[in-house]
Design a binder for this molecule. Structure first.
Ligand code: APR
Length: 235
């Protein structure tokens, strides 16, 4: 395990918990999204084939909602670390909101896609998208009415996994923020990083399913824990 003063390359995994204090629902736990909607109804390719209107309405609602939310101190702290950290740094987010970028972070990778993109299943082009998809608007690139949310559904492969594993192989420190550790492959990153000799730290409201794999777990709201951790790293 790398000594703190030897930390040069950092991979940070974020989940829904980092956006909770911005008023965006998390998925699991009391009042979470998956309590309000069945995953099988709104977040699988089969659901989209079976009832596209239900799925498109669900994501139209989410896309509209995130545009009314603001980044919180945890997002701003990571943006500061991104700007000032001299070594390699990658923020791998499971989130489909744009709050990391709106806080100013640049080195961000969305492994589960982005609400503010539409993906054409005819020409495979992804377009920046802020409005509804329920009315089946034409694809800006090819004109086909074949747009879907650019979100990775259950049973689909997350994006840019090669880049993520390359960053994990090169990191000295792996930090997980606001994720339950319930969904793979993201939930397995801590084990990969640890087995490759990285120091591992969890910042979460409660212990996650993967807590045992972390050298250290700090429990509390991200809006407090993340700025404190970033201040430590930039000392
Ligand atoms: N600060 C820190 N952690 C928080 C906060 C907070 N303010 N609020 C909640 N949490 C923690 C919860 O304790 C929980 O462990 O964030 C975690 C959120 O877990 P989930 O709701 O399961 O979300 P996430 O881990 O991001 O889900 C993973 O599952 O549904 C799919 O594709 C979706 O990307 C998502 C993936």
């Amino acid at each position: 395990m790398a000594a703190m003063d030897r930390i040069r390359n950092i991979v940070i995994l974020t989940g829904a918990g980092i956006s909770a204090e911005s008023g965006i629902d998390t998925f699991r736990g009391g009042g979470g999204l998956w309590e309000q909607h069945r995953v099988e109804d709104v977040a699988t390719p089969e659901a989209f084939a079976r009832d596209p209107e239900l799925v498109l309405r669900f994501y139209d609602m989410r896309r509209e909602a995130i545009q009314t939310k603001q980044p919180n101190p945890a997002h701003f702290a990571l943006a500061r670390l991104d700007a000032e950290w001299p070594g390699e740094l990658l923020i791998v987010t499971q989130n489909v909101d744009d709050l990391h970028e709106r806080a100013g972070a640049k080195r961000v990778l969305h492994m589960h896609g982005e609400h503010l993109n539409a993906w054409c299943t005819w020409c495979d082009v992804r377009s920046s998208w802020r409005g509804p998809l329920l009315n089946r608007p034409p694809c800006p690139a090819c004109g086909a009415r074949a747009l879907r949310p650019d979100v990775v559904w259950f049973g689909e492969m997350p994006y840019r996994m090669d880049e993520i594993y390359a960053a994990l192989r090169g990191c000295d420190m792996f930090v997980s923020i606001g994720t339950s550790g319930a969904v793979y492959p993201a939930a397995g990153f801590v084990r990969d990083a640890r087995e490759l000799g990285a120091r591992t730290l969890e910042l979460n409201l409660e212990h996650s399913e993967g807590s045992a794999w972390f050298d250290e777990s700090r429990l509390g709201p991200a809006g407090e824990l993340v700025p404190a951790w970033v201040a430590e790293m930039l000392l």
